[in-house]
Ligand binder design. Structure first.
Ligand SMILES: NC(=O)c1ccc[n+]([C@@H]2O[C@H](COP(=O)([O-])OP(=O)(O)OC[C@H]3O[C@@H](n4cnc5c(N)ncnc54)[C@H](OP(=O)(O)O)[C@@H]3O)[C@@H](O)[C@H]2O)c1
Length: 229
């Protein structure tokens, strides 16, 4: 049986992914601020700069690790404070570093493991008011590709999913009326915003055996926004 750690499975994409993986017969362990009932859950606040630790009694082998915490802090650059940049960097980038350091020995032991992180369409194309989140996600994306190279000899694959606007609690202020959902949808070539399962199913692909020869990739799951006119 495959063991997968999801940080951030209490809502949105992580919650949808957890259901998807459990239906596929995997054991899902979770971390985050809100408790999630599954094989095991540990409290973790990615904004706290504290070292993550694998709890006693958890398996010694993990075949998958998915990091979901993210932020949407959209403001004109002139109104962004240094603290805004630091806080986005902490949650989106340093939180991942902290968990990966702790789980890496268990991923190495599995002799075939997959790491998935989420960047953003804003790291692939220029979008106004996204200076901080594009920087934090861009750093995560770039590091993930470097890690894919470094960890390939350990049979650990590392891939990135770059979503566009997806209807989850994270994006609730941008999508809190039918009119906003419709207007945002129309900005995408496929004429709709994403839903949690659109993104979770791409993550499930990266965690499964069908992607066993795929590493170091950035998959845009964005209704065509980043590449089509
Ligand atoms: N939704 C979008 O439009 C969109 C677009 C581009 C990229 N993304 C990326 O996709 C990923 C998943 O986002 P989502 O839309 O599914 O968001 P979501 O519905 O808000 O879910 C985020 C999950 O991460 C956890 N989390 C958030 N902050 C945390 C923290 N400080 N410490 C620990 N856990 C934390 C939350 O759990 P707790 O609250 O229980 O801790 C929650 O389970 C994020 O990285 C996001 O940046 C989303």
């Amino acid at each position: 049986m495959k063991n997968v750690l999801i940080v951030g499975a209490s809502s949105g994409i992580g919650e949808s992914l957890k259901l998807n993986l459990e239906q596929a017969g995997m054991s899902v362990y979770t971390a985050g601020r809100r408790p999630v009932s599954s094989s095991g859950h540990v409290f973790f606040d990615a904004g706290s700069n504290e070292d993550f630790q694998i709890p006693e009694g958890w398996p010694s082998e993990f075949h998958g690790f998915v990091y979901c915490p993210g932020t949407i802090n959209l403001k004109p650059f002139s109104r962004m404070k240094n603290e805004d940049f630091l806080s986005d960097f902490q949650v989106n980038f340093l939180g991942f570093v902290s968990v990966l350091k702790a789980v890496l020995p268990s991923l190495k032991k599995a002799n075939g493991a997959s790491v998935v992180v989420f960047s953003s369409v804003a790291s692939v194309v220029g979008l106004g008011f996204h200076s901080s989140i594009s920087a934090a996600k861009g750093a995560l994306q770039a590091m993930a590709i470097s890690l894919a190279s470094e960890l390939a000899p350990n049979q650990i694959r590392v891939n990135v999913i770059a979503p566009s606007l997806t209807n989850t609690p994270l994006a609730s202020t941008l999508l809190n009326s039918p009119e906003k959902i419709e207007a945002s949808g129309k900005r995408h070539p496929l004429q709709r915003v994403g839903n949690a399962n659109d993104i979770a199913s791409a993550a499930a692909y990266f965690l499964g055996d069908s992607s066993s020869w795929v590493t170091g990739q950035v998959l845009s799951v964005d209704g065509g926004l980043s590449t089509l006119k």
